[in-house]
Design a binder for this molecule. Structure first.
Ligand SMILES: [Zn+2]
Ligand SMILES: [Zn+2]
Length: 261
């Protein structure tokens, strides 16, 4: 399995795209602005979208993707793209995006019988089977209902997991679960620098000092990639991260990087 970073920034600017990961060529994990860099045929190949939470930087690619691929997928007789998320997240999409005001209801277009999108609820702790892969829904602690994901690399990878925390503040439940899994990579957010620790606290994100406390709960030496840094903040955040005394191998994630499982 291959996971490509389409976007991993906390906001936009030239060269900075918000959160989106492409698992092989058919599963999208979060749908931030990074999705827009894929060619049309690659967009049309996406059959599943897993969404961590309802915030705009993670969902805005869904309505635009649906519009972009509707004709191609209908002409090819392809099934609806399955959007998987918590019930609260799906409800937010229905009420605030696909409401006929912000965007048409693509769960009923081009027809109610054969729409381009279908919505599927999951629960925290569920192990989803997505086209032969197993993806576990992890808890997250954010300002809205939110999750992370653990992609199981399967028997060939001795069940090593690629883990994405989603947007989250300190989250003890995550470390309890991760203690039971083999990890290949941990993609964890650090949205703010230590100077902005108060902002990180109220918005339920991490800053480097909190990241250090979180990673202290993770045994061994893991390949840790930092995500969701705001454009222009990378030096401040990574200075704080590099100052941590941690047994883990920590680096900043970058768009275009690929991680093999
Ligand atoms: Zn968020
Ligand atoms: Zn975010």
């Amino acid at each position: 399995m291959n996971i490509r970073v389409l976007g991993c920034s906390g906001a936009i600017a030239a060269g900075y795209k918000t959160t989106a990961f492409l698992l092989d060529d058919d599963v999208l994990i979060d749908a931030g602005t990074g999705v827009g860099d894929l060619p049309l045929d690659a967009l049309a190949a996406i059959d599943h979208i897993l969404i961590s939470h309802s915030h705009l930087d993670h969902v805005l690619g869904i309505p635009l993707l649906a519009d972009a691929v509707l004709r191609l997928r209908a002409a090819a007789g392809r099934p609806p793209i399955q959007v998987h998320a918590l019930p609260e997240t799906l409800d937010a999409l229905r009420r605030h995006i696909f409401n006929g005001v912000i965007w048409p209801d693509f769960t009923a277009l081009p027809s109610r019988e054969a729409p381009v999108l279908s919505l599927h609820a999951f629960q925290i702790g569920e192990r989803l089977e997505i086209s032969g892969r197993v993806i576990e829904v992890l808890s997250a602690a954010h300002t809205v209902p939110a999750v992370g994901f653990a992609v199981d690399g399967g028997a060939a990878a001795q069940h090593a997991h690629w883990v994405f925390t989603g947007d989250t503040g300190p989250n003890p439940a995550l470390w309890t679960r991760l203690a039971e899994l083999r990890l290949s990579h941990l993609v964890i957010e650090t949205a703010f620098s230590d100077d902005e620790a108060e902002l990180a606290h109220v918005s339920k994100h991490l800053c480097p000092a909190e990241l250090g406390e979180e990673l202290a709960q993770l045994a061994g030496s893991v390949d840790v990639r930092i995500t969701h840094i705001k454009p222009g903040e990378a030096d401040a955040v990574m200075q704080g991260v590099q100052a941590l005394s941690s047994p883990h191998r920590i680096s900043a994630l970058a768009a275009g990087q690929e991680m093999l499982l």
